[in-house]
Write a protein that binds this ligand. Structure first.
Ligand SMILES: [Zn+2]
Length: 167
């Protein structure tokens, strides 16, 4: 069920209580994500589950779904990047505890109340590929690539190869 997501959360308390949160956040609030986007619009659907596992590790598991408006780095056209990511954060209060977390958790350092949007924004930033591109076969720059080969300037290595040829 959708509810209003709290602005500030106390992750360890929520983990003790085994709380579930489900709601939406507008992307316009994410100032650190904005430079990676072509256009800031839409929302992210957020599903969060807090709890403690069998090793008594407090965790936050999340599922984020959204579409980010970005620029394809192959054709330089705007595109909608579907994002559907799950994450598992181990809630820790010390560096030692962070190092001891099982490999299926990323550490989240917790020291009291935290802004929920900050946690969500971090995960969205991780979800954007370093070089975002249309999926194979859907990029306009890929079509007719064969035809346009002749228009391209020579590859720098091709020039080098010519220079290295014995006189
Ligand atoms: Zn493209």
């Amino acid at each position: 069920m959708l509810e209003q997501l709290p602005v500030v959360i106390e992750p360890l308390r929520l983990a003790e209580a085994g709380r579930q949160l489900h709601g939406r956040l507008p992307l316009v609030g994410f100032k650190r994500l904005a430079p990676a986007l072509h256009e800031v619009r839409g929302e992210v659907e957020v599903e969060l589950g807090f709890g403690k596992d069998e090793l008594h590790i407090a965790y936050l598991r999340g599922h984020l779904r959204t579409r980010l408006q970005i620029i394809c780095q192959r054709c330089l056209q705007p595109m909608a990047l579907p994002v559907d990511v799950e994450f598992a954060l181990g809630l820790v209060t010390t560096d030692e505890a962070a190092e001891q977390l099982p490999a299926d958790y990323e550490p989240l350092m917790v020291s009291g109340p935290m802004e929920l949007a900050e946690i969500i924004e971090d995960e969205l930033i991780l979800a954007v590929p370093f070089v975002p591109m249309h999926p194979a076969g859907q990029c306009p720059a890929q079509e007719g690539q064969e035809d346009r080969l002749e228009d391209k300037p020579p590859h720098p290595f091709a020039v080098l190869a010519r220079l290295k040829k014995p006189q």
